[in-house]
Design a protein around this ligand. Sequence first.
Ligand SMILES: Nc1ncnc2c1ncn2[C@@H]1O[C@H](COP(=O)(O)OP(=O)(O)OP(=O)(O)O)[C@@H](O)[C@H]1O
Ligand SMILES: [Mg+2]
Length: 428
Amino acid sequence: MTIDSTIYLGRARNGDAMSGDERSALIIGPSRSGKTSSIIIPNLLLSTRSVVVTSTKPDVVTAMAGRRIDGATLLFDPSGTIAAPRGVTRIGYSPVSQSLEWDGAVLATRSLVDVARRSRLEHGDDHWTERASALVAPLIHATALRGESLGQLATVIDQRHGGDALTTLRERYGEQHPSVALLQGILETDERERSGIWSTASGLFAGLRTDAARTASRGAPLNVDEFLRGPHQLHIVAPSRYQAVSTPLIVGLIEQIVHATYDRHAKGARLLLALDELANVAPLPRLPSIVSEGGGQGVLTLACVQDLSQARARWGPIADGFLSLFPTTVVLPGVADRSTLELLQRIAGRTLVPTTSIQRGRGRTATYATSWVERDRATVGDLATGRPGWALGIDSQNAMRWIALTPAHRSPRFRDYRIRDGLDRSRP
Ligand SMILES: Nc1ncnc2c1ncn2[C@@H]1O[C@H](COP(=O)(O)OP(=O)(O)OP(=O)(O)O)[C@@H](O)[C@H]1O
Ligand SMILES: [Mg+2]
């Protein structure tokens, strides 16, 4: 096993503690428990893959900018508020920039729809969003073919004018293309239905009507092929207060890179998604399928949350399944959320422990009797307190082990780290 195919967690008794071959990991820890310094940064230093890393603060990109000796350090800043450190290259993203191909337009539209529906915690298919996607995908594709911008697309949608786009698509494809059939179908539906479709489409662009989103969309787009040839790092930095604006762009960009990795996996493309502040920066509606299907297709996910209630606010009841979705869970000290602790306690399970009792016989004789008593392997109290400097790892068989955390700013292994040195198998 190499660090290329696994996630580094810290130090165990017999060397490095890893998540396991192609196994994604969920890190649960409150603020200042070490998610960024003990898990995210060490993985950025060790990984030989290209990495997409999310953050609410520029501290990680700043730390990496000074340390990297191979590969590019890129920054996507959808809020337009982050200063790029020296040596870091900014990239832009807009749903239009990935839509020159029809498949890219379909994917970009799906991301927009997913984000809009997930922000209302809707599940299942909904008539209006399904119809709005049939309108938006051809419009985004036509916008890209015409070399126009996200702002121009928003104007087309606000003015409810699809005629020019239809002409562009017909000129390109004739009549026999799904984009032409879909757009024509929508433009020919009856007035009342059509009006509902346009207004739903308009809602999908709600977060993208800001100056920041338009600026972010104008930057040079990521060359995904080149990025996946890596190892490169793309830092997505978005303060929480800009979430409404940032989320559609971030989700679109990450899903574009994830799908490109799937497509190029057979040719060796590999990606690490290091999703720090997952719930605040990158509430990917399709996270469960990325985690469950990604491992076999070159995408490894390292996701950090403060507790499961934070995840529940984004993914709804699906979040309760995160502990079984991720093959590896790591709990840092200090989790306070009661329902998270109770779920972890249940997952950790019960075990039989021997207890010895002394029975006094007649006279001075004593007999020792051993009986087995069933106990929780970790109580809510144990899980909440943890051990300072240690994390509790729970693997897919629900086996538990203590892992010594190795903060990048303190551990000699990472403090002066400039080159990837592979694994250290000596004892901690
Ligand atoms: N470069 C550094 N130098 C010194 N101390 C640091 C450094 N980076 C982090 N720390 C300390 O390490 C501890 C863990 O911080 P870290 O940022 O890793 O936590 P976190 O779980 O990511 O928190 P948050 O949820 O607030 O981002 C904190 O006490 C912090 O002050
Ligand atoms: Mg952090």
